[in-house]
Design a protein around this ligand. Sequence first.
Ligand SMILES: C[S@@+](CC[C@H](N)C(=O)[O-])C[C@H]1O[C@@H](n2cnc3c(N)ncnc32)[C@H](O)[C@@H]1O
Length: 291
Amino acid sequence: MTRCGSLEDLRTILINSPEFAATTGNQFGRPDMAIVDNRTNQVVDFGATTQQLQDLWAQVGRSWESLGQDQPFHSVVTLDEFSPEKIDANAAEFWETGVHDTNKILDICKSCGIDLTPLNVALEYGCGVGRASVYLSSLFKTVHALDVSRHHLDIARQRAEQLHLDNIDFRLVNPSSFEELPQFDFFYSRLVLQHNPPPVIAFILTGLLQNLTPGGAGVFQVPVYMAGYRFGTAQYLKSTPPDLDMHCLPQSEVFDLVARAGCTICEVREDGDVGKFGEWVSNTIAVRKTL
Ligand SMILES: C[S@@+](CC[C@H](N)C(=O)[O-])C[C@H]1O[C@@H](n2cnc3c(N)ncnc32)[C@H](O)[C@@H]1O
C-alpha cells in the first residue's frame, strides 16, 4: 500500500497483472471487462464533410494496405506470437482464435433472444485475414466478408480455399460500396471500428444498420470511452497518425445512430477487446432491426 501510493494505484497494478488476466482474461489474455468509474475525460467531435470523410477513409486505407503487406497476422491480433517472424510456428493457434468469435456471437444472441436460425446471409465487416469469417461460414448459408485491405483479403481467400469453404464472398470495400451492399440479415464486426476515426465509425455503422434486412440482427464491437481522447476532424487530417491508431465513438452517439437506423439495442457488454484496462472501455453490442 505504501509502495503503491494509493488504493487506486494498487487496484491498477492488480488488474494489470498477469495473474488477474489469467483468471478473468478473454482469449487474447486481457481482462474481459472494464472498470472505469470516471468517463468524462474525452472530447469527440464526430462531424465531417463528405470530402473530409473521404480523406479520413483514404488515410485508414493506406495504413491497412501497409499493415497488410508487412504484418498481416500481427495487425489483426497484436500478440507477439503472431509477429511476422513467429507466425509460421503459431499459425494454428492464430486460426483457432476465431472460434471465440462464433461462441461469443452465439452466447450474446442466445442471451438476448436473437434466433439466428432464420438468418441466412451474414456480412462480416473488416474481416481481415478471415480469422472469424471461416467459422461464421458454418453458421450461415452465405457470408459476405468485406475489408479495406487487399493483402488481408488475399490471405483470407487462400485460407477459405484451403478449408474448401465456398460460401464466403470476400470483397474490397470503400465508401461508395455502401450504396450497393449485398443484402444481409446478420452482421458482425470486431476489432475494426476502433481503428477508424469517429466520423468513419459513424458512417460505417449507419451504413450497416440501415442496410440490415428488417428482422435481421447484428453484433459489433466498438470502443466508447478512452480517457484523455480528443478528436476533431480538421486537426486530425493535418496530423500524421500512427498505423493501428485507436479511436472511439461515445456510447450515446452509438445508441443514437442505432435508433436512427430503425434498430433496437438488445444487449451491451463491456469487453476486453482494447488495452489500457481501467482507462478505455469497449462494448460488444447486439442489435435487431425492427420488422
Ligand atoms: C485488427 S483487424 C481485425 C480483423 C478481423 N475483424 C478479426 O477480428 O480477425 C482490422 C481489420 O479491419 C480492416 N479495416 C479497418 N478499417 C476498415 C474500414 N474502414 N473498412 C473496412 N475494413 C477496415 C483492416 O484492413 C483489418 O483487416
